[in-house]
Design a protein around this ligand. Structure first.
Ligand code: BTN
Length: 333
């Protein structure tokens, strides 16, 4: 449900000039009193809204808040009808899975300001503090064979990297298979989860879960991951907090593109993935996804990427293999 406040702030963000209270009330089909109340509430929320007699309202500054109103400003009209913005949830993937089982349409999005039980790959948790990151899940219902679905995660990594570079002006790279890095520090992880129709073995739904560290500082991360995890703001050395809503809006648009072009646009996303992947040519150690806690890592050199987004590794014992999953660590020699 989109509130009056969301409509008003979205319209003010889109308008570069003053907009009168009368025009706002006419366009949004609300009373002048409702416009006044919304402006008052927005100011209390930290928005700097100028008001000048005979001219109306103009937005002079906005706080970094992940809200439907701010996200709406950067999306086509009507797109937000299936975007759910929450202030707190256990896991956006879990929440969206429930909506999916209740029949939510393809393209439904859940975004939260924080997660209390964010899920990571390989059964790990994903640190999701409030006020600093973007935790977003996107629902797809593709009619394809389940084996093809792992490539969706690679396509999504391209969507994340391209959204960040276009909104923030920094250029992330991809560490195979789906970690997004800036200055070799992880600023985003992706967890794709799939549900299968048990009787026929076809895909019922796919949930792409994306966690982006936007404004965190090192002390926001537990000590054990501080040497590998960071944020866009910290790595890009931005003085001011980065607005999260424009990144979320751009990411939704990039995921919409994937949703409408999967799997036909394979070659385009493969080329883009190859140009963003920084793992090729590096010395790595590898453990398989199912046995990552107990297995002795195998070391080798990455030769390149296969046409199915696999990682071609020449292991130190002379054996060459194409990996489709697993945990790869970069060895700094
Ligand atoms: C990883 O790097 O291990 C993957 C992390 C994925 C985290 C995101 S945050 C939004 C979505 N909801 C979750 O519970 N997990 C994913």
């Amino acid at each position: 449900m989109i509130s009056t406040k969301d409509h008003v702030i979205s319209r003010l963000i889109r308008s570069e000039d003053f907009i009168s209270g009368e025009a706002l009330s006419y366009e949004l089909h609300i009373s002048r009193a409702a416009v006044n109340t919304a402006v008052k509430t927005l100011r209390a929320d930290g928005y700097n809204i100028e008001s000048v007699t005979n001219k109306g309202y103009r937005l002079k500054g906005r706080p970094d808040q992940l809200t439907l109103g701010q996200i709406m400003a950067d999306l086509p009209n009507g797109r937000c009808d299936t975007v759910h913005v929450l202030s707190k949830v256990d896991s956006t993937n879990k929440y969206l899975k429930e909506l999916a089982f209740d029949g939510a349409p393809s393209g439904t999005v859940v975004i939260s300001d924080c997660q209390t039980a964010g899920r990571g790959r390989l059964g790990r948790s994903f640190i999701s503090p409030s006020g600093t990151g973007i935790y977003l899940s996107y629902l797809m219902r593709p009619t394809i064979r389940p084996e093809l679905i792992s490539t969706v995660t690679c396509w999504s990594a391209v969507a994340v990297a391209d959204s960040i570079s276009s909104v923030c002006g920094v250029n992330p790279s991809i560490k195979w298979v789906n970690d997004i890095l800036i200055n070799n520090m992880k600023i985003c992880g992706i967890l794709t989860e799939m549900s299968i129709e048990p009787e026929i073995g076809s895909i019922s739904n796919v949930i792409i879960g994306i966690g982006i560290n936007v404004n965190e500082i090192p002390s926001d991360f537990p000590e054990e991951i501080r040497s590998i995890a960071s944020s866009i703001r910290y790595e890009g050395r931005f003085n001011d907090p980065i607005l999260r809503s424009p990144i979320a809006a751009k990411l939704i648009q990039e995921l919409d593109k994937i949703n409408s072009s999967f799997p036909e646009a394979h070659d385009i996303y493969l080329d883009r993935y190859k140009s963003l992947c920084s793992t090729v040519g590096l010395d790595v150690s590898v453990v398989s996804a199912h046995n990552h806690t107990s297995e002795v890592p195998r070391t080798g050199k990455v030769l390149g990427l296969g046409d199915d987004f696999s990682l071609r590794v020449l292991f130190d014992d002379g054996h060459e293999e194409s990996l489709h999953s697993g945990e790869v660590s970069i060895r700094r020699l």
